[in-house]
Design a protein around this ligand. Structure first.
Ligand code: GLU
Length: 448
């Protein structure tokens, strides 16, 4: 990647100064700003209207107390966040993350990436993100419900189908969305399906939303492979994580003819040379909420590597689908050395800047998260469309729409990279293409 252009360097320094300690946010901003040098040469109006400075400052940031009681009656206090980053293209849209690592810097990096990701989908959605440092792991259903109710009791006043529409992310799935939807409905006395996405199928949810992030990321990699006259057929793949994104990435890889041999959780790695048994993983993770380690109890031929590093397992396609900064520079070098030819990011910002440099220099097909994993939020926008029309579409129809969206995102990133003299560089393509659409809308809306 290029260095930050001198016209932009000062803006980055200002971001560092104004947002001390928020290292993930700094990282996400730097990755975008590094790509914008040639853009401001073509568009001096962006400098004049201070578009970059404005885009780096959220429109609104909400931080609130979330008190709740556990099953023993003990009181706990967590912190809730919603960062409404940019509404140039539509209502704020982005997930909620419940994880102990959550603090403002994590929500801001996610919200910032979401602006450009949502722009890339081509659908009318702005960027936002929220969450809490609450840890759902090991909590009972009732505890999760009480937490979600308390969280929504504050958040509801900031939401609305035309204002801000949250969804899931790490630690927030169908169960949590259900509890939050119930509390929103109770407080407002409105049955307003368009206020949250990722809902259950009988109360306003969309088919394919559960599968969308993983399916979409795999479609994106498929397009990158096609652009190189290659395909998933017979490819050995590894997918980190074992949550919603990982599960449906593995499913689509298998449907497209690839063989996924490894996945992981925060405790360790499962390696199954014969190809992962996805039904067992779904049973363990989606139904029983257990650890991935249990896989080897029934599949004795497979290996469980406690505290293992999944990137040391040789593969041709790697799809990081766990969390931010999970691929270091060293991991990236190991992947390339072992013959990896494509990386598609199901997670948000899973590759460190050092890792990205390795992938770009090796000229492998590297699909950054804001392009590759945009299928999740795109299908959320399709859910909003169905809600607005009081409609529900078939699985086949919705999946075809998702696939077309991913094909389009790939084409736009590919062509933008060529236009800016960096063929094959999807980082540059995604950042420039996502940015320009938002910047033009901001110019059109005036100084707000
Ligand atoms: N959390 C997902 C993402 O990172 C989905 C957001 C949504 O559906 O609004 O894009």
């Amino acid at each position: 990647m290029a260095h930050v252009d001198e016209k932009i360097e000062g803006m980055y320094q200002e971001v560092l100064k104004r947002n001390p300690g928020e290292t993930e946010f700094h990282q996400a901003v730097l990755e975008v700003l590094e790509c914008l040098g040639p853009v401001v040469v073509k568009h001096p109006e962006y400098l004049e209207r201070k578009i970059i400075e404005r885009i780096c400052e959220p429109e609104r940031q909400i931080i609130f107390r979330v008190p709740w009681q556990d099953d023993k009656g003990i009181v706990h206090i967590n912190r809730g966040f919603r960062v409404e980053f940019n509404s140039s293209l539509g209502p704020y849209k982005g997930g909620l993350r419940f994880h102990p690592s959550v603090y403002l810097g994590i929500i801001k990096f996610l919200g910032f990436e979401q602006i450009f990701k949502n722009s890339l989908t081509g659908l009318p959605i702005g960027g936002g993100k929220g969450g809490s440092d609450f840890d759902p792991k090991g909590k009972s259903d009732d505890e999760v419900m009480r937490f979600c109710q308390s969280f929504m009791t504050e958040l509801y006043r900031h939401l609305g189908e035309h204002t801000d529409v949250p969804a899931g992310d790490i630690g927030v799935g169908g169960r949590e969305i259900g509890y939050m939807f119930g509390q929103y409905k109770r407080i407002t006395n409105r049955y307003e399906p368009g206020v949250l996405t990722g809902k259950g199928l009988t109360w306003g949810g969309s088919l394919v939303r559960t599968e969308a992030t993983g399916y979409g990321a795999t479609f994106f990699v498929n397009e990158m492979l096609k652009a190189r006259k290659d395909s998933f057929d017979g490819k050995i793949c590894t997918v980190s994580g074992s949550g919603n994104v990982a599960i449906y990435t593995i499913e689509k890889i298998h449907q497209l003819g690839g063989k996924c041999v490894a996945c992981s959780d925060s405790n360790g790695v499962i390696y199954d040379e014969k190809g992962l048994d996805l039904n067992l993983i779904k049973q363990l993770k989606e139904v029983e909420r257990r650890r991935i380690e249990e896989y080897v109890k029934t599949h004795k031929h497979a290996k469980y590597i406690a505290k293992g590093n999944i990137w040391e397992i040789p593969c041709q396609v790697a799809m990081p689908s766990a969390t931010q900064n999970e691929i270091s520079g060293k991991d990236a070098a190991t992947l390339v050395k072992n013959g990896c030819i494509a990386v598609g990011e199901g997670a948000n910002m899973p590759t460190t800047p050092e890792g990205i440099k390795v992938f770009l220099e090796a000229k492998i097909a590297y699909g950054p998260g804001k392009a590759a994993n945009a299928g999740g939020v795109a299908t959320s926008a399709l859910e909003m469309q169905q809600n607005a029309g009081r409609d529900s579409w078939s699985f086949e129809y919705t999946e075809k729409k998702l696939e077309d969206i991913m094909i389009n995102i790939h084409r736009n990133c590919y062509e933008t990279a060529e236009e800016y003299g960096a063929p094959g560089n999807y980082v540059l393509g995604a950042n420039i293409c996502g940015f320009i659409k938002v910047a033009n809308a901001m110019v059109a809306h005036g100084l707000i």
